[in-house]
Design a protein around this ligand. Structure first.
Ligand code: G1P
Length: 271
């Protein structure tokens, strides 16, 4: 059963400067709604009951967004604006499900995952990277279904242009389960065009086993001096863990770069 999700939110968001110099990128509006709320809606609709936010002192604004009860209460008391009441109810619904842990140094996604170790209750959990929005079809829900069927770890994926492989984790396929799902034989974090075993990119949705924490504890720094979840996933695959790459059918929006963010706002408005 997958009931917990984790969301790394301690990243500095340098690809979105100057917007992120004083503002958390995950709260930036995408068609009038903070990006993080699209991610939360995906989780909740997929049956997740607890969501662990990995934030930092610098990103405390995210906690304040969900814990601003007094502000809402005093406004509602003064004038019973039905729109504000509705918005407050929505925030409360999210707040009930969210827990916070801290990663004060931006040491990478692997390090962020490790911070949640003591809070994970079941043998598998979901991780969502907030830069990656997948619209129209609930990718997490589909991945949970696959996990149940194959008792495996699952990563979302899509095919990318050959000359863009160094932006992503890239995996190679051992065998095909069906048109959308593949057994993974290897994964490399941000390879050069030459190093890349394929153009199958990992996108920010992962179903991982608790066993990854043991590997993460020993994980050495990789590309760019960061601790990458991809490197620990590679070790798990080498140790014969079953990992499935799921080519999702929803619409992918990259909200982590300026170009992508601008495009996402326009695309979502059209949906
Ligand atoms: C992270 C992962 C990478 C993955 C990507 C998906 O990279 O390390 O393997 O392909 O997310 O968005 P980041 O976006 O943090 O650079």
């Amino acid at each position: 059963m997958i009931k917990q999700a984790i969301i790394p939110l301690a990243g500095l968001g340098t690809r979105l400067l100057p917007l992120t110099s004083v503002f958390a990128k995950e709260l930036l509006p995408i068609n009038g709604k903070p990006g993080i709320e699209y991610i939360l809606d995906e989780c909740i609709e997929a049956g997740i009951t607890e969501i662990i936010f990995i934030i930092s002192e610098k990103k405390k604004m995210i906690k304040r967004y969900f814990y601003n009860d007094n502000f809402y209460k005093s406004l509602i008391k003064k004038k019973k604006d039905p729109r504000i009441i509705e918005e407050y109810k929505k925030i409360l619904k999210y707040k009930k499900k969210i827990k916070f842990v801290y990663q004060n140094k931006p040491l990478g996604t692997g390090d962020a995952v490790l911070k949640t170790r003591k809070f994970i209750k079941n043998s598998y959990f979901l991780m969502l990277l907030p830069d990656d929005l997948i619209m129209k079809k609930n990718c997490s829900k589909e991945m949970i279904r696959l996990h149940k069927k194959y008792k495996a770890s699952v990563m979302a994926s899509m095919t990318v242009k050959k000359n863009n492989v160094n932006r992503w984790g890239i995996y190679s396929v051992a065998s095909k389960l069906d048109n959308r799902n593949f057994v993974i034989s290897n994964v490399i974090e941000k390879p050069s065009v030459k190093e890349a075993p394929s153009n199958n990119a990992v996108i920010g949705r992962y179903i991982l086993s608790k066993d990854i924490f043991k590997i993460l504890k020993k994980q050495k720094k990789g590309k760019g001096g960061e601790i990458h979840i991809t490197d620990s996933i590679k070790t798990m695959i080498d140790n014969k863990s079953l990992f499935i790459g799921h080519k999702f059918s929803g619409k992918y929006l990259d909200c982590g770069s300026m170009k992508g963010y601008i495009k996402s706002t326009l695309e979502i408005a059209k949906l």
